[in-house]
Write a protein that binds this ligand. Structure first.
Ligand SMILES: [Zn+2]
Length: 157
């Protein structure tokens, strides 16, 4: 889903088995042809789909026959999970042990040092900057990290 988007996911889920043209895929899935093409290209780039070019003997036109190949999906998911996990850990590291300030409109978040340089006035809206408790953010990050770790360890151990 994160790779191909909601419409693209519809393509993956409903794509007919075997070799099929993009027009046929659009017809079967009800997804717009240009989105089907974009999705196929993304899948191809990620080695989740392949194509074969065939020349029509009558018209001489080239036809692309597409085929899904989800055999490397587990590996792809593992790589994606690891990437996500790393990002979350970097975020957590950034949040932990830091003091943030923000205005009522939450235009931006500032570390204490920056906030004090700004004399605790938001440079965007001019409102006062106030201390922002980031414990909730930290807890949410920790929760996501541990559930992702559980999931990846279970599946890829
Ligand atoms: Zn502001």
């Amino acid at each position: 889903m994160s790779l191909v988007g909601e419409e693209g996911f519809k393509v993956v889920r409903n794509m007919p088995e075997g070799e099929v043209t993009d027009e046929k895929i659009a017809e079967v899935t009800g997804v717009l042809l240009n989105i089907v093409r974009r999705t196929l290209f993304i899948l191809y780039e990620n080695r989740l789909a392949s194509y074969r070019r065939v020349r029509d003997t009558d018209s001489g036109w080239l036809t692309y026959l597409w085929k899904l190949d989800l055999s490397t999906m587990d590996r792809q998911l593992e790589l994606e999970s690891r990437k996500l996990l790393k990002n979350l850990k970097t975020k957590l590291e950034f949040e932990e042990g830091k003091v943030f300030y923000t205005c009522k409109k939450q235009c931006n978040r500032f570390l204490f040092e920056t906030a004090s340089e700004l004399e605790f006035i938001c440079p965007v809206c001019g409102e006062e900057l106030e201390y922002q408790d980031n414990e909730m953010i930290i807890n949410a990050l920790k929760k996501r990290i541990s559930s992702l770790e559980e999931m990846t360890q279970g599946a890829y151990a």
